[in-house]
Design a protein around this ligand. Structure first.
Ligand code: DAT
Ligand code: MG
Length: 149
């Protein structure tokens, strides 16, 4: 199976609005496997969004992302990068369908609750930026038989 890992972060607005449980619950119910999770508030954010450094909203973005703790996570599963992006919705909440995370929980592009890696390559980069190898736990998922064909 095409088991992949992806990096997800609940942004400071999601943490402040007590959405962490709801969002973790969605990924659990989907059948993804949690392999890493921690509360972080970091300088890593500049590096995390380095590809956007020339965008007009970059300084606003870094300020927002550093304004409180984020919950950094790694989720594993079949095509997990693509699956998580589909669950999150579009960058702009207004373009995100109801049922997606951004479609259900936010309205403003600059407070859009959650991050998910946009490609397998960026997932690998982001996971290694945010987590040390020993912080990622490989565990026997006893429900696997009920989730994969
Ligand atoms: P995504 O988070 O959907 O991967 P992105 O990587 O293009 O989107 O941008 C990162 C974040 O930057 C995004 O979640 C919110 C913010 N952002 C993007 N475009 C923006 C814009 N036009 N105005 C304000 N913030 C923006
Ligand atoms: Mg992105």
């Amino acid at each position: 199976a095409n088991l992949r890992r992806t990096f997800v972060a609940v942004k400071p607005d999601g943490v402040q609005r007590r959405l962490v449980g709801e969002l973790v619950g969605r990924f659990e119910r989907k059948g993804l496997t949690l392999v890493g999770m921690k509360l972080a508030s970091e300088e890593l954010l500049r590096e995390h969004y380095v590809a956007l450094r020339h965008q007009p909203f970059y300084s606003q973005l870094v300020k927002y992302m550093s304004s409180g703790p984020v919950v950094a996570m790694v989720w594993q599963g079949l095509d997990a990068v693509k699956t998580v992006r589909a669950m999150i919705g579009e960058t702009n909440p207004a373009d995100s369908r109801p049922g997606t995370i951004r479609g259900d929980f936010c309205t403003d592009i600059s407070k859009n609750v959650i991050h998910g890696s946009d490609s397998v390559e960026s997932a690998q980069q982001e996971i290694s930026l945010w987590f040390r190898p020993e912080e990622l736990i490989c565990w026997e998922d006893t429900a696997e038989h009920w989730i994969y064909g």
